[in-house]
Design a protein around this ligand. Structure first.
Ligand code: NDP
Length: 261
């Protein structure tokens, strides 16, 4: 199937690692022009070389929680591209492992700010550019935790549920101009799981064994974590003109780990 992404302009927040990096790679392979952002200059620069460092790629240092920096990112994308954006993938972020009992008020505020404003600020800054596209779309990278909360990730689950609600509303408010959809990720073997693997207490387990036992503990029917490219393929499809009648939808990418109908 032709996703009709050739020469389209896509923005991927958090495009310097994991799922965002894989999304940028697949978009470039499909002929799109891609702008990525992240906070860490060195990680961005490594991502740039991994992605081939061509004029089809723009990498900008930007914290998505800094409104002025996000506006500056949007201005740079407008000047680099053709003054419009076809696809915004709001992917930047990370999860917090904590229960109600061990989450401080400040940690709640930080988590709620990260989850909500990593969507709100890029959407506000890029919306005028999306309005200039003939097939604009937003894909919010969200988590299965939004509909299936986990007690050990309590505040992330609650924040994710709010984001799901927000993006569902935007699919109505922005219609019929801009389509808004979400992906609900289960466990994907990317940056944050790599960091948890590195911080493991039992260092005797190999990487393969650690990830295999994680998949077993989490009862993932497909028996393994997802790969970043597997999430990226779903993100790209939802954001492409090939998904022209899909709006307000959520696509689970979890290997079947969800328990609801
Ligand atoms: P990675 O850690 O591999 O990548 C996260 C990316 O986001 C990096 O490029 C990072 O760059 C960037 N980032 C983080 N915070 C900010 C910020 N404030 N401003 C700009 N960029 C930022 O994680 P994943 O690929 O695993 O995660 C991608 C998204 O998917 C996240 O939102 C995550 O919460 C979500 N998700 C992932 C799951 C998984 O199992 N992997 C499960 C459910 C949801 P830098 O640090 O340099 O800023």
């Amino acid at each position: 199937m032709d996703l009709a992404l050739k020469n389209r302009i896509a923005v991927v927040t958090g495009g310097s690692s994991g799922i965002g990096l894989a999304t940028a790679r697949l978009l470039l392979a499909d002929g799109a022009r891609v702008a990525i952002c992240g906070r860490d200059e060195a990680r961005l620069s490594t991502a740039k070389s991994q992605l081939g460092n061509s004029d089809k790629l723009l990498a900008v240092r930007c914290d998505v929680l800094d409104a002025a920096a996000v506006k500056d990112f949007a201005d740079k994308v407008a000047a680099w591209g053709s003054g419009h954006v076809d696809l915004l993938v709001n992917n930047a972020g990370q999860g917090r492992v904590s229960t109600f009992g061990d989450t401080s008020d400040q940690q709640w505020r930080d988590e709620l700010e990260l989850k909500f404003f990593s969507q709100i600020l890029p959407i506000r800054a890029f919306r005028p550019l999306l309005e200039k596209s003939d097939a604009p779309a937003i894909v919010g990278v969200n988590s299965l935790l939004s509909v299936q909360p986990e007690p050990h990730m309590l505040c992330t689950s609650a924040a994710r549920a709010g984001v799901q609600n927000l993006l569902k509303s935007l699919a109505t408010e922005f219609a019929p101009r801009i389509r808004v959809n979400t992906v609900l990720l289960g466990l994907v073997d990317s940056g944050q799981w790599q960091r948890r693997f590195e911080a493991r207490t039992d260092k005797s387990q190999s990487r393969d064994d650690w990830f295999a036992s994680l998949a077993f503990q989490k009862h993932i029917p497909l028996g393994r974590l997802g790969q970043p490219e597997e999430a990226a393929k779903a993100i790209i499809f939802l954001g492409s003109p090939a998904a022209s009648y899909i709006n307000g939808a959520s696509l689970e990418i979890s290997g079947g780990v969800s328990r609801h109908i």
